[in-house]
Write a protein that binds this ligand. Structure first.
Ligand code: NDP
Ligand code: MG
Length: 383
């Protein structure tokens, strides 16, 4: 039995991971589940999957859950609870599907005790990829991508000793593809949340609408595959069938294709290096007989260009980009700022930040994050 700990089990990726694991129950076992505050769903998951440990953020929530499930598992809380779930001795694989940089410390805790990680939580690689990848190498553990584009690149590179010359990350373009800035001034939260191809958590749905999602993925790819920024290209591919491509020095291009279903990428990471059957819908080429590719529109969707700018600047700039984005998306979801204020606030944060200490540590990353969140909050009123 391969024993899995899922951080963020009540989210979109967490729930889909449990669907995958339900099909794999002969070979895979869930041993820990964590959530932020969704007690009822976590209780339901505990009753169904019977892990050894369940974790919630708040102590009182954890006490409430404990009352309900104390005959099934232990209950813990807070950042220490999450770190414990990530580093449990019996765990064979940690699936990190937390949203935002909250997944950083548990990721480090898992790596320090040599646990491989299936990573959906892209914000963690954006801010700390420079620390996480060498740490994983030094512990001889794998970081397995769950994000569909990175899973595609990982699969295309499998069996190749040479790095690719370039990679193409595909982007659906989100719900506002083809719109201009003046047409997006009054975008409502509900419009921004309705993605044409994928059903996802709120934060990544807004990131997809602004195209920051692709910007974060460019930075994620830089660390996962050890590439220079200029080797990472983005193509708008509205059908979301080609999940990404690699091009080698000899001009040969390999692509990975599949139905737009995150459970396929999740299963790949969970079962790697094996492949196991599943009942999910197969790709039908006749239904999807038109595949198109275009340059992204960075004029009307500046977030992608902002991400390249932060990546080129290096140091703590990707953390500032990510944290200002997390704060701005939260403010947009709470109707404090407009849709176009999101890139404007990130742009201002990147310009205002002065990265005196380019040497990265977990502490310096958390400080840069706190600076950017405070900066963004101060600018909401004037946005
Ligand atoms: P969701 O918002 O749906 O789920 C997030 C999960 O993390 C929930 O279990 C939530 O608990 C928990 N959580 C939220 N905040 C905290 C916190 N501060 N501390 C601890 N736990 C927390 O997100 P998604 O599943 O959509 O996305 C997860 C990650 O995967 C993101 O980084 C996203 O970019 C990435 N990703 C998502 C894809 C998708 O299709 N959804 C595709 C590719 C990547 P609770 O439910 O209690 O709030
Ligand atoms: Mg993706």
């Amino acid at each position: 039995m391969k024993k899995i700990s899922i951080l963020g089990s009540t989210g979109s990726i967490g729930r889909q991971s449990l669907e995958v694991l339900e099909n794999l129950s002969n070979t895979h076992q869930v041993v820990a589940l964590t959530a932020f505050s969704n007690i009822d769903l976590l209780e339901e998951q505990v009753r169904k999957f019977r892990p050894n440990l369940a974790v919630l953020w708040d102590e009182n929530d954890a006490l409430e859950l404990e009352k309900r499930v104390c005959n099934i598992c232990k209950v813990d809380f807070g950042i220490n609870g999450m770190k414990y779930a990530a580093a449990l001795s019996e765990v064979d694989l940690v699936l990190n599907s937390v949203v935002g940089n909250a997944g950083l410390l548990p990721t480090i805790a898992a790596l320090e005790v040599g646990k491989p990680i299936a990573i959906a939580n892209k914000e963690v690689l954006v801010t700390a990829g420079e620390i996480i990848m060498p740490l994983a190498r030094s512990k001889n553990v794998e970081i397995l991508p769950v994000d569909s584009e990175h899973s595609a690149i990982f699969q295309c590179l499998s069996g190749h000793v040479q790095l690719p010359d370039k990679i193409y990350l595909t982007a659906s373009g989100g719900p506002f593809r083809g719109k201009t800035k003046p047409e997006m001034v009054d975008i409502a939260v509900e419009q921004a949340l309705s993605h044409p191809n994928w059903s996802m958590g709120q934060k990544i749905s807004i990131d997809s609408a602004t195209m920051m999602n692709k910007g974060l993925e460019v930075i994620e790819a830089r660390w996962l595959f050890n590439l220079a920024p200029k080797q990472i290209h983005v193509l708008v591919h509205p059908q979301s069938i080609v999940h990404s491509m690699v091009e080698f020095v000899d001009g040969q291009v390999l692509a990975q294709l599949g139905a737009p279903d995150m459970r396929l990428a999740i299963q790949h990471a969970i079962t790697y290096p094996n492949r196991l059957p599943n009942p999910f819908k197969r790709l039908n080429f006749v239904e999807h007989n038109t595949l198109t590719f275009n340059q992204p529109d960075t004029e009307n969707f500046p977030c992608l260009a902002l991400a390249y700018r932060a990546l080129e600047a290096g140091g703590h700039y990707p953390t500032v980009l990510n944290a200002a984005n997390e704060a701005a998306v939260d403010a947009f979801l709470n109707r404090k700022i407009g849709f176009l204020d999101i890139p404007a606030i990130i742009d201002r944060a990147l310009s205002a930040y002065n990265d005196e200490n380019k040497q990265l540590s977990i502490e310096s990353i958390l400080m840069a994050e706190s600076w950017a969140k405070t900066f963004a909050a101060r600018h909401f009123k004037g946005a």
